[in-house]
Ligand binder design. Structure first.
Ligand code: ATP
Ligand code: MG
Length: 564
């Protein structure tokens, strides 16, 4: 959509620093005016909301500037990777609305990377080090103190070459030796102090099987893969900024022409009350703290999808947060706000009573029913309406009635009037209780002149409550989700994450009363339960038991608690 940028009539959107760099490169004709990005997930877990931020810029830049974005699985560590993850990653990217012209795997380049490593050895720029990892780390020095040369640094080229081949043939044990680039043990950039570029891993790889037993390190693979593919703008997160000089160094050794990929780094997405690291997310699945990668409390895209979040809400959120060079933690309420805003525009309003008590309209004829019209979405005129049934006996929320109510309670209390949504104004006349004092039935009288849609009687009531007819409803299970952690920054807390869990992150309600209209809803369908929140049908729904997930409450209840 490059016309967009060139069209002077379009209001100018302010560009982030990466877009600005792309515009500049296009203007100067760098890399023949090509724009090529990649999204490089490691297939060792499901994608989370942080990855969505990377996906939106990688695919977004390509789309905006007439380029391409390939999907590249960064599968250089055979131990943690799995095909299950590959499939889910593809599904999640598509859910966000993107597609890729090519799928590559870093393992496709194992041969080329091997040849390049051999080239470096032959040029005297890499050597086999037989010291244990701890010793190598100890010799690295500190940012202010130069490192110490390995005793193997001067090893003859032929010897390194021979050992490198044997490393890959399985002759040596894991950890017994590594290949290191020979750069500069006194460099102020620690990454230049003879970085390890190959190690032995004796674990079959999900794509290449047992062909390789020597595997490239991330730093040795990533930039070169970019180069092999023709990537022009290699976008990643800020922690890789200090790796960039090494990224450039390797490519300078490899390149035979002027083409160069360039790495850009932006700030990671982080949210309060949330942990975004695959290691910890995997742990919550493996230790069964949550029901799976798609548990609706997970910050994964599968979890979000199951919870009822929409791709549009995620795009809106990420647009609003933007891309900068400064790390920071975003308030989780921004995400909740974005979801609410999108669902408000799209979801059909229905009645569901989560904690029911019976209401009897004592002056409404027994056996009589009426069909009332319920508007599907006041935000969307085209959404139409559906019918609901009114009858003498209804269910209302237990907390919409109070026998002894404080002054500002505008719902049902003896002597008080409220409107039943889409129906009549009623006046509460009392209630019945069991021996323990629990309310079992609430009584009211209706005013036939106040049916919704009738000319305004001039009567104003302060409260409107929702209801379902006992004659036209069914029971369902409702799962109420809340924040998973009780502390604002669980990742930095220091305590084990199991100590930081919100015990109320899931509450399961059964026997909730749903209006019949919901009976045909399918897994994934989204609704606003009036006055309660946004809900969707869960995949655990069976023929006899419908299950709804609360996506998000109608209002930010956390902000309210803070104000109190
Ligand atoms: P994690 O730390 O959660 O395991 P990762 O960085 O190891 O994530 P990768 O599969 O390597 O996960 O990431 C693929 C891409 O997504 C990378 O470009 C990475 O920088 C980006 N990414 C990962 N986490 C975030 C985040 N929180 N915010 C923005 N981008 C992220
Ligand atoms: Mg990673």
């Amino acid at each position: 959509m490059s016309e967009n940028i060139l069209n002077a009539e379009e209001p100018k959107k302010s560009l982030n620093f990466i877009e600005a760099a792309v515009v500049n490169d296009l203007a100067t004709g760098k890399n023949d005016g090509r724009v090529q990005t990649r999204f490089p997930p490691e297939p060792n877990g499901y994608l989370h909301i942080g990855h969505a931020k990377a996906i939106c810029i990688d695919f977004g830049i390509a789309k905006e500037y007439g380029g391409i974005c390939n999907l590249r699985f960064d599968d250089t560590n055979p131990v943690k990777e799995d095909v299950e993850y590959v499939d889910s990653i593809m599904e999640d990217i598509k859910w966000l609305g993107y597609d890729w012209p090519n799928v590559y795997y870093a393992s496709d380049y194992f041969g080329k990377l091997w040849d390049f490593a051999v080239q470096l050895i032959k040029e005297g720029k890499a050597y086999i080090d037989e010291q244990p990892a701890e010793e190598i780390a100890r010799q690295k020095g500190t940012p202010t103190q130069p490192g110490v040369n390995s005793p193997y640094r001067g090893r003859p080229i032929e010897e390194s070459l021979d050992l490198f081949h044997k490393m890959n043939e399985g002759v040596f044990e894991e950890g017994s030796m590594v290949l290191r680039a020979k750069i500069d043990m006194a460099s102020p950039n620690m990454h230049f102090r003879d970085p390890i570029i190959y190690r032995i891993i004796k674990h079959p790889h999900h794509r290449t099987g047992t062909t390789w037993q020597a595997y490239p390190m991330y730093d040795f693979a990533h930039g070169q893969c970019d180069y092999f593919e023709g990537v022009t703008h290699s976008i990643c997160t800020l922690e890789f900024e200090v790796h960039r000089p090494l990224y450039d160094w390797f490519i300078d050794q490899l390149a035979t022409d002027n083409y160069r990929p360039h790495q850009y780094e932006f700030n990671k997405l982080q949210f309060t009350y949330t942990i975004l690291s695959k290691r910890n997310l995997r742990r919550m699945v493996e230790e069964k703290i949550l029901s799976g990668w798609d548990d609706p409390r997970m910050p994964t895209l599968v979890g979000f999808r199951r919870r009822g979040y929409t791709p549009e809400s995620i795009h809106n959120l990420i647009d609003r947060i933007g891309y900068t060079k400064y790390d920071g933690v975003n308030d989780i309420s921004l995400l909740e706000y974005a979801v609410r805003e999108d669902l408000n525009k799209k979801s059909t309003r229905v009645s569901a009573v989560l904690d029911p008590v019976k209401l009897v309209i004592t002056n409404y004829p027994e056996g009589q029913t009426e069909v009332m019209e319920a508007q599907n979405n006041p935000e969307d005129e085209t959404a139409g309406s559906h019918n609901i049934l009114f009858s003498r006996e209804l269910f209302i929320e237990r907390d919409d009635f109070m026998e002894d109510a404080p002054k500002k309670y505008f719902r049902l209390t003896p002597g008080n009037e409220v409107r039943l949504k889409n129906a009549y104004i009623i006046k509460c006349t009392g209630c019945k209780k069991d021996e323990d004092g629990n309310v079992t039935e609430v009584y009211a009288e209706y005013d036939p002149q106040t049916r919704s849609g009738m000319p305004e009687s001039g009567r104003k009531v302060k409260g409107t409550i929702h209801w379902v007819s006992t004659e036209d409803c069914f029971d369902a299970e409702v799962r109420l989700y809340d924040r998973l952690f009780i502390v604002e920054n669980p990742a930095d807390d220091g305590r084990d994450l199991t100590e930081l869990l919100n015990p109320d992150s899931l509450r399961v309600l059964t026997g909730c009363k749903m209006e019949s209209y919901l009976k045909d809803a399918k897994a994934g369908d989204k609704f606003q339960f009036q006055r309660t929140g946004y809900f969707c049908v869960d995949k655990d729904t069976t023929d006899n038991n419908m299950v709804f997930n609360r996506t998000v409450s109608l209002k930010d209840s956390w902000a309210k608690t803070k104000d109190k």
